[in-house]
Every structure is written in structure tokens, then in C-alpha cells.
Design a binder for this molecule. Sequence first.
Ligand code: PLP
Length: 299
Amino acid sequence: MIQSLAGRQLDGLPLDNISVLRLDQLGGAAPGNKSFKLRLHLRRAQARGVTRILSFGGGWSNHLHALAAVGSELGLQTIGVVRGGDTDTAMLEDVRRWGMQLVPVSREDYRRRDQADYQRQLAARFGPCLVIPEGGAGSAGLLGSRAIADLARVPWQWSRVVVAVGSGTTLAGLAAGLENARELVGISALKGASDLESRVTAMLAGAGQQARLPWHIDHDWHCGGFARADERLRQFIPAFAAATGIPLEPVYTGKLFLALYHKLASGEWRADEPLLAIHSGGLQGRRGYAWLTTTDVAD
Ligand SMILES: *Cc1c(COP(=O)(O)O)cnc(C)c1O
């Protein structure tokens, strides 16, 4: 599940020392990091005897997608509170098929998703149920993501581990779990999310965890903003797939590997040191981008 890119090159740049942790190939119907983030949330529900889970997302939410998939596997009822406007997507078609009940709400209501009184209101209407924060965040999400670090534990040391960042929960889990790396670098998928570092620090403290290695977040690779794609990213994703056989999506992993490629090509990072990139999945979301063709997936 760790794939070496030895022997591969992209535009003349040798990729030999890059390894990729293919979470996109793990987790069955719920591949990628989201099933890790859900793991402890669901265990908590089962421990409490709760059989109904409610959570939040937009029309292209990888989190709701994973929750619906895992819920149907475990025989749990799932409810997705969906940010208004975009309920008619390929992703939500999947989740409906897996039995998730969708509750479209206005953008104003959706903004209240983390407020206790709003969650109580929802629980009264749809309960008894466990409410999971958007994206599977929170301490349970962090501790679930820590298990990803176990998959990176090989008998050698990585110079760097790199991962895409949305809420920062997965990065925080990795920071708490990784031992065999010199540093952990997050590539933010969001534009100007300058509070991410303090949120990661707060999440670690809230979960009673400490970072075991230095980490930082690079904010320069959002390519226009969350879920946006500029020309550079549009050209990079098919080129990377042609060079490596590894499919990427534009929201998170495309930006991660684009950043990685440029840091190596510019010499900012040494190309002769072993580096692990986490492929956090999300490939189901490719259907939202008409400019992506399935022909760039060379597997
Ligand atoms: C949600 C997601 C991320 C970001 O995870 P966070 O824990 O929110 O930082 C990265 N990659 C993919 C594919 C995702 O779906």
C-alpha cells in the first residue's frame, strides 16, 4: 500500500525517492482519509447503542460519501444535512443509493452546524442520533487519523511526510502518531486559511495529544481557492497520472502533488531524500470536473 515511484519521472524530474501511501486504494466503498476519521466516531455510536448518525456536508462532500458507505456496511442509519443548493450531484446520488436520508438546509442554517443549540434541535427532530461534525473532525477524527501513521511506519526514516489539508484534522492525527519522519508538511487546499495552525494546535490539545515531530502548513498551493483549479493544476493532474499511473483529484491531492513536484524541481526540497506523500483519496469527486477525462487514469 506504499507505492514507490522509483524509475518514474515527470518532465525530466526523477521521482525515485518519492513513495505514496495509497489510502485511495484502502477502505472499500469509503476509500481515503475519511474512513479513518470516522472510525472512532462510529465506535462511539456503537458503544452507546446509537444506530443513527447525523452529519453535515456540501453536495460534493467526501465525508458524507464515506459516512453513507460505511453506514450502509455497518447497518447504521445515516442522515446528511446538506448545504442548500447543491443536492443534485453524482456524489449525493451515491449516498442516497446507500440509504442516507438527505436534509437540505439553507446556507444560513448550515452556518450554524457547529452550534450546540442547532445540533440539539436536529437531534430532537431526527434522534436519537449521534451528531458528527462536518468532515468527521473533532478529537475522535484526530485519533482515528492517527492510525494512518501506523501505515507509514516502515523500518526507515522519511525525511518528510506530506499531506493535503482541509480542516487539518488528518494532519493533527499524523503529527500525534508519526515517529519515523523528520518533519510533516501540510499543503492547504484553502485560500488564506491562516488560522489552520492554531486550529491544529487546539485540536491536538483538545484530544490530549502532542506532536511528535515538527510540522507546518504551506498556504501557497490553493490554485485559486477551495475546490478551484487553475491552468497549472489542470495540466498537472493528467501529466502526473501519465507519468506514474496514479490518479489525483483537483480539491486536495492534485494540489499536494503539484506542490511536491515544484518543491523538488526548484531545489527547495532535496530530491535524494526519501519522502512519503499521503494520497488521501477523494477520487469520487473527479466527477464534478468536466475538464477531467477518465482517460488520464492509467491503471
Ligand atoms: C477531507 C479530505 C482531506 C482533508 O482532510 P482534513 O482532515 O480535513 O484536513 C484531504 N484529502 C481528501 C481527499 C479529503 O477528502
